[in-house]
Design a binder for this molecule. Structure first.
Ligand SMILES: Cc1cc2nc3c(=O)[nH]c(=O)nc-3n(C[C@H](O)[C@H](O)[C@H](O)COP(=O)(O)O)c2cc1C
Length: 223
């Protein structure tokens, strides 16, 4: 598979098949992903893989807390700036509207929206959940490194016919994830990720998030 094909065929998948992913496939992906570029070669990422009983326990523990915290608890870091300025605010809004439209959930249907949002904490049905942490005292550069490591994983997944959804929503349940996976206090939970086989027939997977045009984010000088 060409790199362009891997990039263009990767979409965030929010409905997976109940089809297992072999551990050696996950290991192979993680072994290659470590060749991501990393400032000063710090390799600040840590990844925790949850499958089988561990995954199921995580889902049950979060489900037990959901009636009191339907949107999740407070993450340990600010996922977005507050307030979120334009054009980012509108992009985020549009993504939500487009996503709920694929499954016919109206703006007024709060219960329907919450229930779809809570599917995050079932990994959207994916058999494998990945969690990305880094040392708390790391700086912006190292967070970017973890992002590049994650992107490698998402593209390597495509090469193997697998799909993913990065999930910062798991940061809301850092206490539960920390306890279940034995994550030390010195590490901060940045993001989760669902990994599995896409349910291509599910309407939510028809979502194609729009992108701004080249002129909106690139400027050329001397060329
Ligand atoms: C760091 C990160 C965290 C994300 N967290 C979530 C999440 O918690 N739940 C979700 O449904 N999508 C999540 N996404 C997916 C984004 O919404 C998605 O990447 C964006 O809308 C672009 O769509 P695409 O990935 O299909 O190209 C996340 C993406 C990234 C990069």
């Amino acid at each position: 598979m060409r790199v362009s094909e891997a990039i263009l065929s990767r979409h965030s998948i929010r409905a997976f098949l109940d089809k297992p992913v072999a551990r050696n496939q996950v290991e192979e992906i993680l072994e290659i992903a470590r060749y991501a570029p990393t400032g000063g070669n710090l390799q600040p990422w840590r990844v925790y893989v949850a499958a089988g009983e561990s995954r199921d326990r995580l889902i049950s523990k979060v489900a037990a807390e959901l009636p009191n915290h339907p949107l999740g608890r407070q993450p340990e870091y600010h996922v977005y700036p507050s307030p979120l300025q334009e054009p980012y605010r509108s992009r985020r809004y549009k993504l939500g509207e487009d996503m709920y439209a694929t499954i016919d959930v109206d703006r007024e249907d709060r219960a329907g929206r919450l229930s779809q949002f809570a599917r995050n904490w079932e990994f959207f049905g994916a058999p494998v959940g990945l969690f990305f942490t880094l040392d708390r005292n790391m700086q912006q550069g190292q967070w970017a490194d973890v992002g590049m490591f994650m992107q490698n994983i998402m593209l390597l997944a495509r090469e193997r016919g697998l799909d993913t959804c990065a999930q910062e929503s798991w940061a809301s349940w850092h206490e539960i994830v920390r306890e279940e996976l034995g994550i030390p206090d010195e590490q901060i939970l940045f993001c989760g990720m669902a990994l599995g086989y896409a349910d291509q027939a599910h309407p939510i997977n028809s979502l194609r998030a729009e992108r701004a045009g080249l002129a909106d984010y690139a400027s050329f000088h001397g060329c």
